[in-house]
Design a protein around this ligand. Structure first.
Ligand code: DI6
Ligand code: FE
Length: 407
């Protein structure tokens, strides 16, 4: 007779298992875990004994739906300050590129982030991570990219690691030194790319601060050949890559990401059919970032039909950042993915669980199945489609991280 730490009964499971059932749903179900790993996820009637005899703690959740913990696989959550004044400028007609060319945009946040101490940066960033955790996010990706010097980039990534330790949730980091050209390297882009590849990245890797390497491949940022240099350095250091690709123009980013076997290619509004085919062949996840599309009032949709036709896994993430996606809710990004990009609520939820886990290279989560991490959320909803239906608010009733109650 097994004996588990925790057993939830009177629940409905949206397992997100690929079993042909919508949401991988199991009605009148039970979910159990032991030492942080799921030991049972199935019909209550198939439990191997009386519920009370199976676990130290047995809890009814009154028929509530339970999903895997949500995974936000693309955020810029660590930064100082805010850019509401740029929001006003854009509403008055200025473009994102105009503001960037005038020294605002990313570089405005770079100045604020460089000026902040590590403690100040942590204090400003923790509330954003707590808000995501409170509404079901149990795994979080956090990028650097607002430091653009070795010390400031390392400071950001240390803060990201500390957020994971403080909130006891999983944080995966990405080095994004190739996010923008810092002012001290104005008109010296090639030299900055050298700085990123030769000095910054090896030092960041030596300190174990980055789980992956990202870059912004765009006309207002770095060219495909410059990104290729960054990716070659990452490969030499044994770090996986991901890419901000084809967001504002078709720069061949998706194809470049696929060439390097990237974990994911993100944004993709301007990716062409060849780029989609390359992603499919490489097994690279397409990460959709509808909040940036919405905030920048873009009009060119990602090639959803082609991505689906070629079987490219679709993930959905917040892109939480102070400029193009000042969004503090992954579930709100799910709503945008449905309303603006035409995803079904099930596709969107799969995009923030199974496919988001794959976009981070994490095979131990994203589905409610025996052996996976006991990251799960008990929701105050009557159907899992509500997770993408309601705009804003907090729907999570209980959030468990590796079987421990975290919110
Ligand atoms: N693409 C984006 O939309 C963000 N970064 C990127 O590579 C913008 C970040 C910012 O505006 O602060
Ligand atoms: Fe981003």
């Amino acid at each position: 007779m097994p004996h588990w730490d925790h057993l939830l009964i009177d629940c409905r499971l949206a397992t997100l298992a690929d079993d042909g059932r919508p949401y991988g749903a199991i009605e009148d179900a039970a979910l159990a875990w032991h030492n942080g790993a799921i030991t049972y996820a199935g019909p209550r009637a198939a439990l191997p004994g009386r519920a009370e005899s199976l676990a130290t703690r047995v809890e009814s959740v009154d028929g509530a739906w339970i999903t895997p913990g949500l995974i936000d696989c693309h955020t810029h959550l660590v930064f100082a300050g805010q850019r509401a004044h740029e929001f006003e400028q854009r509403l008055a007609g200025a473009s994102y590129a105009d503001i960037a060319r005038a020294g605002g945009g990313i570089l405005a946040t770079v100045a604020a982030t460089r000026a902040a101490s590590e403690e100040e940066l942590l204090a400003q960033s923790l509330p954003r991570a707590r808000a995501l955790l409170a509404d079901g996010v149990t795994t979080l990706e956090i990028k650097s990219g607002y430091g653009l010097t070795l010390d400031a980039e390392a400071k950001m990534l240390r803060v990201a690691r500390r957020i994971g330790a403080e909130l006891e949730l999983t944080v995966r980091t990405a080095f994004l030194g190739a996010h923008a050209l810092p002012p001290e390297f104005a008109d010296r882009q090639a030299e900055y790319v050298d700085e990123v590849c030769v000095r910054m990245l090896p030092a960041i890797a030596r300190e174990g601060l980055a789980d992956a390497v990202d870059a912004f491949c765009e006309r207002i940022a770095f060219t495909a050949s410059e990104v290729r240099r960054v990716f070659e350095s990452a490969r030499a250091l044994g770090l996986p890559v991901k890419l901000h690709a084809d967001q504002l123009s078709d720069g061949g980013g998706a194809a470049l990401a696929a060439e390097f076997g990237a974990l994911s290619a993100d944004h993709l509004e301007y990716t062409d059919e060849a780029g989609v085919r390359a992603l499919a062949a490489a097994g690279t996840v397409a990460v959709l970032l509808p909040a940036a599309f919405y905030t920048l009032r873009e009009s060119k949709l990602p090639p959803l039909d082609a991505l689906r036709a070629h079987g490219v896994p679709l993930a959905v993430a917040s892109d939480l950042n102070p400029g193009s996606a000042p969004i503090l809710s992954l579930r709100q990004a799910l709503n945008l993915a449905c309303t603006l990009f035409g995803l079904t609520p099930e596709e969107a939820l799969r995009g923030a669980t199974v496919h988001a886990a794959r976009a981070l290279g994490l095979a131990d989560r994203g589905v409610l199945a025996v052996g996976r991490r006991a990251d799960c959320v008990v929701w105050n909803v009557a159907h899992p489609a509500e997770l993408g239906y309601w705009i804003g608010g907090t729907l999570a009733r209980a959030v468990f991280v590796a079987g421990r109650r975290a919110a």
